[in-house]
Design a protein around this ligand. Structure first.
Ligand code: SAM
Length: 288
């Protein structure tokens, strides 16, 4: 099926009919039907001959073919077993593609990628975008770059700056682990079936070092989580909800030079790090 252009809506309809498929909304099955978009995503990944690349949710193999055409070493993880015979046909021409049947949230990604550094390139299933991104980042996998299509609203949250209404825990995590860039928007018309929302492609270069010095990452993310769990509360009050005493909060804020009356959404990564590091120092002093 190499000659068949899988980004052509008529071809997609033919494949769907021939294999008796029904697209499952609950699995986020919106297939790309715009050639320029498919090529644009694959190109943004900057793949070279032999680069290991992980695709999450190949669907009927549209983006997979574009990734394979670069000569990269493609591993595509698909949950829906009804798509496996389709992929066998549409990818038959390529000896640089491996399809793995599994749930991306459950599989051992490092093992699947054979413990080598890799790139991620995917049109993500939207119902689990954040858990996928967080798994890729928090597991500290040897990822060089992530290029994903997500809902535009999620892409905006990933790249949001302090002080904007959409800046939140996802923005801090993504910016702590990566340098994200919004690349381009994609209209619902470029999918079959058309989703209800506009999409966007985000590229994230994974950082070798975080942009701020953090003594204890767990504590840093504890502060971030507290700050955004009740957005309408002042930062000082969110720390109270995280279990700190009034005295300790006063001491932390004083040491980090932060006004406790501010809201979490105004705080930079550096300011979260200052508070978390002051908290770590406080604990090391009070522990016997
Ligand atoms: N890559 C194709 C394209 O661009 O046309 C399809 C993308 S579609 C938005 C998302 C794909 O992810 C579907 O094929 C769906 O079956 C698959 N999927 C959904 N949940 C998954 C999971 N937990 N693990 C792996 N794949 C999943």
């Amino acid at each position: 099926m190499k000659e068949a252009d899988l980004s052509n809506p008529d071809v997609v309809r033919y494949v769907v009919k021939r294999f008796g498929l029904r697209m499952h909304k609950k699995l986020g099955q919106n297939f790309l039907i715009r050639h320029s978009v498919v090529d644009g995503i694959a190109e943004a990944a900057g793949l070279e001959e032999g680069t290991p690349v992980l695709e999450i949710g190949p669907g009927i193999g549209t983006l997979t073919q574009a990734l394979a055409e670069t000569g990269a070493d493609v591993t595509a993880v698909e949950l829906d077993d009804r798509l496996l015979p389709v992929l066998e046909k549409t990818l038959a021409h390529y000896d640089n593609v491996r399809v793995v049947h599994g749930d991306i949230l459950r599989i051992d990604i490092e093992e699947v990628m054979q413990h080598k550094p890799f790139t991620v390139c995917a049109n993500l299933p939207y119902y689990i975008t954040t858990p996928i991104i967080m798994k890729l980042l928090e597991q500290k996998l040897p990822i060089e770059k992530i290029v994903v299509m997500v809902q535009k609203e999620v892409a905006e949250r990933m790249t949001a700056v302090p002080g904007s209404k959409i800046y939140g825990a996802l923005s801090v995590s993504v910016q702590y682990y990566t340098e994200p860039k919004m690349l381009f928007d994609i209209s619902p018309k470029c999918f079959l079936p058309a989703p209800e929302v506009t999409s966007a492609v985000v590229s994230m270069d994974v950082r070798r070092q975080p942009p701020v010095d953090v003594a204890d990452e767990k504590r840093f993310f504890q502060v971030v989580k507290a700050a955004f769990s009740q957005r309408r509360k002042t930062f000082a009050n969110t720390l109270r909800a995280a279990g700190l005493s009034k005295e300790d909060i006063a001491s932390l804020l004083q040491k980090s030079g932060i006004d406790g009356g501010r809201r979490g959404e105004t705080m930079s990564l550096q300011e979260f790090a200052d508070v978390a590091n002051a908290w770590s120092r406080l604990c090391s002093r009070t522990q016997p």
